[in-house]
Design a protein around this ligand. Structure first.
Ligand SMILES: NC(=O)c1ccc[n+]([C@@H]2O[C@H](COP(=O)([O-])OP(=O)(O)OC[C@H]3O[C@@H](n4cnc5c(N)ncnc54)[C@H](OP(=O)(O)O)[C@@H]3O)[C@@H](O)[C@H]2O)c1
Length: 291
């Protein structure tokens, strides 16, 4: 078999979009995927199965990194060198989660951790990869969210981390233009992955704290998220988009994915603020059971 011609570094390969994207990319013999999975190779084996790992051989690599913790950029650069000879063609910053809850009372440590994973780790990993991406005139795909464009109640920490990711990515593009590196923001609506169960769990935990003014609303929103999980889109749609963005010669600056994402973005852009706020207040009452 011929040697892989492309190296793709992907975060969040243990679940959801990341896991499915890794599988699709690894079915194409030209790809080597360096998967960021906390827990390393043994966890990767339980996620993908020993048989798949054997089939993919050295085209499947694992970078054991907890994105919530601080790590040295130089150390990660060295690990990337040892895993794939320091060649990176595509960086997909996909890992992330939703620390939902009322920002007027939310645990500040949890808000910081949200930013560590969804935002600061992206900056750090991108800095580690830029020297390699300059060599290949590669690309950076940052998985944002409709929540990076529109703010929703109880989504403040998550939304702020994605708004930050949007501003960061847009700014970064001006710097990396000269090196032939392209960036793209992927902005999904609601899709069936581990995301909403984890978000609902964050709300339940937040509602259980001893003093809280919003416990009932948080529990109602958690139930609402669980109930509407069936209506969310199929994650394969996002996966197909991510795979296509690794291939296309020229990629857009941002892509909304899913009907809900496009509808929210359009209404938010088109409606006068006062009308938007009335709609959101009604939605907030419905989602949180507030009278
Ligand atoms: N699904 C949606 O509806 C939706 C909508 C808009 C945007 N998004 C975005 O899509 C991206 C992928 O999420 P998903 O929907 O695929 O959810 P998911 O199934 O919950 O997957 C999240 C991934 O992020 C990883 N991750 C979280 N914290 C980490 C940490 N500290 N260190 C290393 N990895 C960590 C998880 O690894 P562990 O297994 O180790 O926790 C997991 O692989 C996220 O950025 C999310 O914000 C999702």
């Amino acid at each position: 078999m011929s040697a892989p011609s492309r190296n793709i570094l992907l975060t969040g390969s243990s679940s959801g979009f990341g896991k499915l994207t890794a599988k699709v990319l690894l079915e194409q013999p030209q790809n080597r995927v360096i998967n960021v999975i906390r827990g390393g190779r043994s966890r990767a084996e339980s996620i993908f199965g020993a048989e798949s790992l054997a089939r993919w051989g050295d085209r499947f690599q694992v970078l054991d990194l907890d994105l919530a913790s601080r790590w040295e950029i130089e150390e990660v650069k060295n690990k990337i060198r040892s895993l794939c000879g320091g060649r990176i063609d595509v960086l997909i910053n996909n890992a992330g989660y939703g620390q939902l809850g009322p920002i007027s009372e939310q645990d500040i440590g949890k808000v910081r951790e949200q930013f560590e994973v969804n935002f600061f780790s992206v900056i750090a990993l991108t800095q580690a990869c830029i020297p390699f991406l300059r060599e290949t005139r590669g690309r950076i795909l940052n998985v944002s969210s409709i929540c990076g464009l529109v703010a929703f109640p109880f989504y403040a920490a998550y939304g702020a981390s994605k708004f930050a990711l949007e501003a960061y990515t847009e700014s970064l593009q001006y710097e990396v233009d000269a090196w032939g590196i392209q960036t793209c923001l992927i902005e999904p609506g609601s899709f069936k992955t581990g995301f909403s169960a984890r978000s609902a769990q964050a709300l339940e935990e937040s509602a259980a704290r001893p003093v809280g003014s919003f416990a009932e609303q948080e529990r109602s929103l958690a139930r609402f998220l669980e109930a509407k999980r069936g209506l969310a889109g199929s994650p394969e749609k996002v996966v197909r988009l991510l795979v296509r963005l690794t291939d296309e010669e020229s990629i857009p600056q941002r892509v909304l994915v899913g009907f809900d994402a496009r509808l929210f973005a359009f209404l938010h852009w088109m409606l006068p603020n006062v009308v938007w706020r009335v709609i959101m207040r009604i939605a907030y009452r419905k989602m949180t059971g507030t009278r």
